[in-house]
Design a protein around this ligand. Structure first.
Ligand code: ADP
Ligand code: MG
Length: 784
C-alpha cells in the first residue's frame, strides 16, 4: 500500500482517506494504466484471498476469470477513452470475480478514474453480491412455486385485498367460470358477478374480512354463470399479513358436483332401501304364515310377526323374549331338534308336528327352518302355519272312509243272513201251525223262532248302519215326532231322570222315515239312561239352523244350507276322546257283556246319513254328552197322519199270484204261506220262466210277487214287460237290501211296493192282502 499508506505518514487528509479505504466494506482496488494493482485494501484481501503484498503489482486479470478478461479489457479501454469520472455499474452474471483459490463469485463494481501525481489510476469498488443473488434467486423460486400452486390447484383460489378487490383468480377459477383473470383482477365482485349477492357470497366475504372463517357454503350453479351445471362449495378465510393484520380474504371454491351426486344417489338408494324394507316389513307383519328369526349362536329370537303369536298362543313380546332352545319345552315337539339339524347342515328343513307350546296351545304345525347368515353370524328363519284344521279334516275323512268300509261289510253280511233267516222263520211258523201250541216240539220251535227274530233285529240294525235298509220317508214335523214320543221316552229312561223337551218355534219340516227317526231317538235315550245310573237330565231340543259353508268346513263331511237340528243331551258320565272316536262303529261298546250290543249308535249314524243328514257328538268325561243331528229342511208342510185302514183279516183270500224267486227254499216257503192263506200260486224260478208262464196262463194274474236280483233277467225288467201284457196287474218286490232295488238310496218311487226280507207269514200275507183289497176297492169304485 504505497499509495495511501496507513502507517501514519502523510497529511491528515490523506490519513483520513487511508482510514476510510482500510475500513471500507467493499473491496477497493486501484490499478495503473498498465492494469497493475497499486492499491488493495483489507476488504479486497478478504474477498479475493490475496494479501495486499501478494496482490500489489499483479495484473488486474488475476481477479477476473479467463473468459471475461478480453471483454474486461475492452470495457476499460472504452472507459478510458470516454473518460467517465463515474464508473458504470454492472451486476449479476455479467461481472464475476476470481479468488486466489480459483473460485468465482458475483460482484458489483463501480469504477472511477483519477489522476494522481500525473499518473492515471483506475479504482474499482467491488462488492461481493453472492448473498443478494442467492436471496433474489430464492425469491424468484418462491414466486414460481406459488404460481405453480395456484396453477396446479384443482380448487378455485381467489384472493381479495382489504377493499375486497380481486387480487388472485387462479386458472382453475378461469376454467370453472369461463372468466379470465384479467377480466376480474382489480375489480370488485359486484362489478363482475352481480348474482353473487343472492348466493350470500358478499356476506361471507364481509364476515371473513372481520376475521371470521366461513367454511363450506354450498351453491348450486348452472350456465351461464358457470361452465357446467353442478354444485360449488365456497370457504372464506381472512388473509393476514406478517403482523397479523387482516389484509384481505382468501376464497377457496371447490367443485362438489360429484360428491353431491354421490350423496344424492346414496340418499336415494337409502330411501329406496328403506322403502323396500318397509314394504317387506308390512308383508311379513300381515302374513298369515308365522315368520320368526333366531340368532343361530345364542338362540335368541330376533323377530317374530303377529301370526307366530297367534299360532303359538301368546304375544309377540313373549316370543321375542324366547330362546329357540326353549322350543324343547314344547311337549312332543321335534322343533328344537329340527332347528339344530337345519343349522348344522346349513340346509332347509321341513316338517309337521303336533305341539303343545309352553303357552298352552295344542295344535298341528307345518314348519320350515331356513338357515341364513347375516354379517358372518348364523341365523335361523322359522316359518310356520297352523294345520290343525286340515289335520282334523283328514282325520274326519279317514274316519268316514273307515265307517264306509265297515258299513259295506256289515251290509253284505246282513243281506246274506236275511235270506236264511227268512227261511228259518217261515218254516218255523209253518211247522208250528202243524204241531199246535200244546205240542212240546211246538215250544222248541217257538224258541227257534224267537232266536231268529232277534237275529232279524240284529241284521236290521246292521242294515241300518250300512245305510242299506229300505226307508219309507215322509215329510215330518220334528216337533210332532218328539211330542208323540214323549211318553214312551219318559217310561224308557225311568223316574230318576228328568226329561226336558225344548221345542224350537217354527221348526221346519224334514224328510225322514218316521219309525226310523223314532228308533234314533229311542237309541239315544237308552244310551243317556245308561250314562246316568244315578239320575240326571235328559234334554231334547229342536231348532232351525242355517249351516253356512264356513262352519260346514270345520266339521266335514257335513250338510250345508237350511237344516233342522235335533239336539239330545245328558249330564251323565260323558266320554273321553278315544271312546268318541269309535262310538259309531258297529259292535263298539264299553258296556258289560250282555248289556250293550254296540249297535245303537251305528243304527243312528246309518239312518241319519241315509236321510241326508249329519250327526255330531260333543262330550266331556264326567260332564255329559250332546248329540246334534242335522237334517235338511224341506219346503213342505208335514201331512197329518190318517189312520191306516186295517185290511180285513182272517177271511180266506182268493186270487192268483205269480211268484218268481230263484232261491228254491225261499220260493217254496212263500208259495206254502200264500197257498195256506187261500191264494192260487204259480211258481217260476227266474224272470224268463215267469214271462213264459204268464204267456201260457189263460186266467187272470192279480199280483206278481218277485225277487229283485235274479240271473238272466231282473225282477224289475220282467215286471215292466209283463205290465205291457197285463196292464192292471199288481207288482210286489221282495228284497232286504237296497242295492238290489231300482231305487236310489233305498227310497222307493211312487207306485212301487216292497216286502222286506226276511218276512214273517203275517208281513207277507198282510202286505199281499192289503194290495189286493185296495185294488179291488179302487176297481169297484171305478166299475160301478
Ligand atoms: P251300546 O249302547 O250297546 O254300548 P251304542 O252304539 O249305543 O252301543 O253306544 C256305543 C258306546 O258309546 C257306549 O257303549 C258308550 O260307551 C258310548 N255312549 C253312547 N252314548 C253315550 C252317552 N250318552 N253317554 C256316555 N257314553 C255314551
Ligand atoms: Mg246303546
Amino acid at each position: 500500500m504505497d499509495l495511501f499508506s496507513s502507517d501514519g505518514s502523510g497529511t491528515g487528509g490523506e490519513r483520513h482517506l487511508a482510514g476510510i479505504i482500510a475500513s471500507a466494506m467493499d473491496a477497493i482496488i486501484s490499478v495503473d494504466q498498465k492494469q497493475r494493482v497499486v492499491l488493495f485494501n483489507e476488504a479486497a484481501e478478504k474477498m479475493f484471498g490475496y494479501t495486499a503484498t501478494e496482490a500489489l503489482g499483479r495484473s488486474l486479470d488475476c481477479f477476473i476469470p479467463d473468459r471475461f478478461r478480453h471483454s474486461h479489457r475492452e470495457h476499460v479501454r472504452t472507459f478510458a477513452r470516454t473518460n467517465f469520472t463515474v464508473g458504470r455499474k454492472g451486476e449479476g452474471r455479467n461481472l464475476v470475480g476470481l479468488r486466489s483459490d480459483g473460485t468465482e463469485f458475483p460482484i458489483e463494481v463501480s469504477i472511477s478514474q483519477l489522476e494522481l501525481a500525473g499518473k492515471k489510476l483506475f479504482t474499482a469498488i467491488v462488492r461481493d453480491i453472492t448473498e443478494r443473488t442467492l436471496a433474489m434467486e430464492a425469491l424468484r423460486e418462491a414466486n414460481e412455486f406459488n404460481h405453480q400452486i395456484l396453477t396446479s390447484a384443482r380448487d378455485g383460489i381467489i384472493v381479495y385485498d382489504r377493499h375486497l378487490r380481486y387480487r388472485v383468480w387462479n386458472p382453475f377459477m378461469e376454467e370453472l367460470s369461463g372468466v379470465p383473470a384479467r377480466a376480474v383482477i382489480g375489480k370488485k365482485p359486484p362489478d363482475v358477478f352481480p348474482f353473487l349477492r343472492e348466493w350470500g357470497v358478499y356476506a361471507n366475504l364481509e364476515k371473513a374480512l372481520e376475521g371470521e372463517t366461513v367454511a363450506a357454503h354450498d351453491y348450486p350453479c348452472a350456465p351461464p354463470i358457470s361452465t357446467r351445471a353442478g354444485w360449488l362449495s365456497g370457504s372464506y378465510y381472512p388473509l393476514r399479513d406478517a403482523s397479523s393484520q387482516i389484509a384481505g380474504v382468501i376464497e377457496i371454491i371447490r367443485d362438489i358436483t360429484d360428491r353431491k351426486k354421490a350423496e344424492e344417489e346414496l340418499r336415494e338408494s337409502k330411501a329406496r332401501l328403506a322403502e323396500i324394507a318397509d314394504f317387506a316389513q308390512t308383508v311379513i307383519a300381515s302374513s298369515p304364515i308365522g315368520i320368526a328369526t333366531y340368532d343361530g349362536v345364542s338362540g335368541q329370537c330376533v323377530s317374530a310377526n303377529e301370526a307366530v303369536a297367534k299360532i303359538i298362543g301368546c304375544t309377540t313380546e313373549a316370543i321375542l323374549k324366547q330362546n329357540f332352545k326353549e322350543l324343547a319345552s314344547w311337549k312332543v315337539s321335534p322343533l328344537l331338534n329340527d332347528a339344530q339339524v337345519a343349522l348344522l347342515n346349513g340346509d332347509t328343513l321341513r316338517n309337521q308336528a303336533h305341539i303343545l307350546t309352553s303357552f298352552g296351545k295344542d295344535s298341528w304345525l307345518e314348519y320350515v327352518f331356513v338357515p341364513f347368515t347375516v354379517k358372518l353370524r348364523p341365523h335361523l328363519l322359522l316359518m310356520m302355519s297352523d294345520i290343525t284344521e286340515q289335520k282334523q279334516l283328514e282325520e274326519q275323512f279317514r274316519q268316514a272312509q273307515k265307517m264306509e268300509a265297515v258299513g259295506r261289510f256289515a251290509g253284505g253280511m246282513a243281506h246274506d243272513f236275511n235270506n236264511m233267516l227268512g227261511v228259518i222263520i217261515g218254516y218255523s211258523q209253518l211247522l208250528q201251525d202243524k204241531l199246535g201250541p200244546e205240542d212240546s216240539g211246538g215250544k222248541q220251535l217257538a224258541e227257534i223262532k224267537k232266536a231268529a227274530d232277534r237275529a232279524t233285529a240284529l241284521t236290521r240294525q246292521l242294515l241300518a248302519f250300512s245305510r242299506k235298509q229300505v226307508l219309507y220317508p215322509a215329510v215330518l214335523d220334528p216337533n210332532a215326532v218328539v211330542q208323540d214320543l214323549e211318553k214312551m221316552l219318559g217310561r224308557m229312561i225311568g223316574e230318576d231322570i228328568e226329561l226336558v223337551i225344548r221345542l224350537g218355534a217354527g221348526v221346519g219340516s224334514i224328510l225322514a222315515d218316521p219309525s226310523q227317526l223314532e228308533q234314533v231317538l229311542m237309541n239315544l235315550a237308552v244310551n243317556a239312561r245308561d250314562a246316568m245310573p244315578k239320575g240326571g237330565h235328559f234334554i231334547i231340543e229342536t231348532a232351525n239352523v242355517d249351516i253356512d259353508e264356513m262352519s260346514a268346513l270345520g266339521h266335514q263331511p257335513m250338510v250345508t244350507g237350511p237344516c233342522v237340528m235335533l239336539a239330545v243331551s245328558d249330564n251323565g258320565c260323558g266320554m273321553d276322546a278315544h271312546t268318541q272316536e269309535h262310538i259309531f262303529e258297529p259292535f263298539f261298546t264299553t258296556k258289560d257283556p250282555g248289556k250293550g250290543t254296540g249297535l245303537g249308535l251305528s243304527m243312528v249314524y246309518g239312518v241319519v246319513k241315509q236321510s241326508g243328514g249329519y250327526i255330531w257328538v260333543y262330550s266331556e268325561l264326567g260332564r255329559g254328552t250332546t248329540f246334534k243331528i242335522y237334517l235338511p229342511r224341506v219346503n213342505q208342510a208335514a201331512a197329518v197322519d190318517a189312520p191306516r185302514e186295517a185290511p180285513p183279516a182272517d177271511t180266506l183270500a182268493s186270487g192268483t199270484i205269480l211268484l218268481v224267486e230263484d232261491e228254491e227254499p225261499m220260493r217254496r216257503l212263500a208259495s206254502s204261506l200264500l197257498a195256506q192263506a187261500g191264494y192260487t200260486v204259480i211258481e217260476a224260478e227266474c224272470g224268463v220262466d215267469g214271462l213264459a208262464l204268464a204267456h201260457r196262463h189263460s186266467g187272470a194274474i192279480d199280483l206278481l210277487l218277485t225277487d229283485v236280483v235274479m240271473p238272466r233277467m231282473s225282477g224289475k225288467e220282467m215286471a215292466d214287460r209283463l205290465l205291457t201284457l197285463r196292464p192292471g196287474m199288481n207288482v210286489l218286490y221282495m228284497s232286504g237290501y237296497t242295492d238290489d232295488l231300482p231305487a236310489k238310496h233305498g227310497i222307493l218311487g211312487p207306485g212301487m211296493r216292497l216286502l222286506q226280507k226276511p218276512f214273517t207269514r203275517e208281513s207277507l200275507v198282510g202286505t199281499v192282502r192289503e194290495i189286493l183289497s185296495q185294488n179291488s176297492i179302487e176297481n169297484g169304485a171305478m166299475g160301478t
